[in-house]
Write a protein that binds this ligand. Sequence first.
Ligand code: ATP
Ligand code: MG
Length: 216
Amino acid sequence: MNGITIALSKGRIFEETLPLLAAAGIVPKENPETSRKLIIETNQPGVRVVIVRASDVPTYVQYGAADLGVAGKDVLIEHGGEGLYAPLDLKIAACRMMVAVPAGFDYQNAVKQGARLKVASKYIKTAREHFAAKGVHVDLIKLYGSMELAPLVGLADAIVDLVSTGGTLKANNLVAVEEIMPISSRLVVNQAALKIKTSTIQTIIDAFRRAVEQSP
Ligand code: ATP
Ligand code: MG
């Protein structure tokens, strides 16, 4: 395998991609949680992993700085997917994109009354498309984190955020009132790299696909 760069984010994506890499015979030599290195060599000469912010993975792959990457559907929607081939749902880092409001806020009624909702989110594109499809007027407020705080201090009526266990919502007295879509991570491939390094990249895609099919 020569000259392959794989973009991953540390945390759940790195951890959950490890078994898939192993199925392709690729084992990173360091753990990004303990190493400060951003370029991690693997047991395969010429195959390396670069550690980037989760939302930056599509950008690295789009511009060919990485040949492959793993990114959440949430991130891919916000990015737009330009220049990317996304052949495989890896079924990892699963969660749901939800609308949440403070406990006691009558969301269904607010929507029915045609109220103009203030919605805070990191996922502006997803939120805009969701409420446009429902015909609900919204003022969108872009945030970069701690979305749960926004309705508690009057910045927003509702948030659009990823929910896995619901623990963070509960701890902040919020309730999920609508599912927008289920989320999992996809393998993304640079389209030009696929043409130039077809056999190596196809081998990795095939190994990932078999591993996904075999996992419960
Ligand atoms: P950062 O933590 O760098 O601000 P991030 O929260 O997008 O960025 P991660 O926490 O590593 O990055 O999440 C990576 C991906 O994991 C998300 O894009 C999403 O697809 C998925 N994911 C699964 N469960 C959750 C969750 N409960 N919260 C956030 N992301 C989740
Ligand atoms: Mg995070």
